[in-house]
Design a protein around this ligand. Structure first.
Ligand SMILES: [Zn+2]
Length: 263
């Protein structure tokens, strides 16, 4: 314990940590620099679609039948269709994702690997999972849950008597980092609990019909798609990647929907 405390005290003298400590200290300048960083991040977030368009090689979807089927899937969910684009990743990435937060400024990205290797019904199942996220307002909820504490911390940063000032004046080594560490712990908790649950909800949406009743054909399609992802990237079968539960966990949850049909 004493050894650990000594190490922490030595760390607190390190140049980098002194810089971070100054940055987070309640000086007149730091809240404004943090506000500026926050604004830049917000603008980048809202311009994500434009950034992705510039950064990646995206082609229009040339298969008119598939485009019509995708459009139908959006209409069935009562959501305005999002423009599908094929991401030419030279077969290195197998993924489908909706990019952007603002309606009318979003893209449905389908990588070339998914387009080539997934049968039509499995591809529609994966796209339905993405539509499920939109239907349940997951992107908005994710942003609000991740940024709400930042808003509190920002108000605290401008305050003369806030938590931030209390920690900065504390004699405990590295106390200033409590806020940053607390936020990292919070984001980790969000990822492993709330955001993971959203993935199961989106899977359920893809496996149910319009009246939220599990449908065996749709469950089969979703499971087949997940197994295909596992075949392409076997590590994903058991690996938990941030907010994404492992493919095995998702398959088990989908199995439970069969039981729901039988009961
Ligand atoms: Zn998802």
């Amino acid at each position: 314990m004493i050894f650990a405390l000594q190490n922490i005290c030595t760390l607190a003298q390190n140049e980098f940590f002194v810089w971070v400590k100054d940055f987070f200290s309640p000086s007149a300048g730091s809240p404004w620099s943090i506000l500026l960083i926050g604004l830049v991040l917000c603008v980048a977030g809202f311009m994500l679609t434009q950034i992705v368009r510039l950064a990646f090689r995206l082609d229009p979807l040339t298969d008119a039948n598939l485009a019509a089927e995708i459009s139908d899937a959006f209409h069935e969910a009562g959501i305005a269709p999002i423009e599908p684009r094929v991401w030419k990743a030279r077969g290195r990435v197998a993924n489908v994702a909706i990019v952007g937060f603002l309606p009318g400024n979003q893209l449905l990205l389908i990588t070339d690997a998914v387009l080539e290797r997934f049968p039509r019904h499995e591809l529609i199942a994966v796209i339905s999972h993405e539509i499920g996220h939109l239907k349940k307002k997951h992107p908005l909820k994710r942003v609000l849950l991740a940024s709400a504490p930042l808003l509190f911390l920002f108000v605290d940063l401008f305050s003369q008597v806030g938590l931030h000032r209390m920690l900065a004046d504390s004699s405990i080594p590295l106390a200033e980092f409590a806020i940053v560490i607390g936020y990292v712990v919070y984001i980790d908790w969000l990822s492993t609990s709330v955001f993971s649950r959203m993935e199961f909800e989106a899977d359920r949406f893809a496996a149910c019909n319009a009246t939220d009743q599990p449908n065996s054909q749709r469950i089969n399609d979703m499971q087949a798609a997940l197994r295909r992802f596992a075949k392409i990237c076997p590590a994903e079968l058991t690996k938990k990647g941030g907010p994404h539960p492992s493919l095995a966990e998702r398959l088990i949850r989908l199995d439970r929907l069969f039981a729901e049909i039988r009961s």
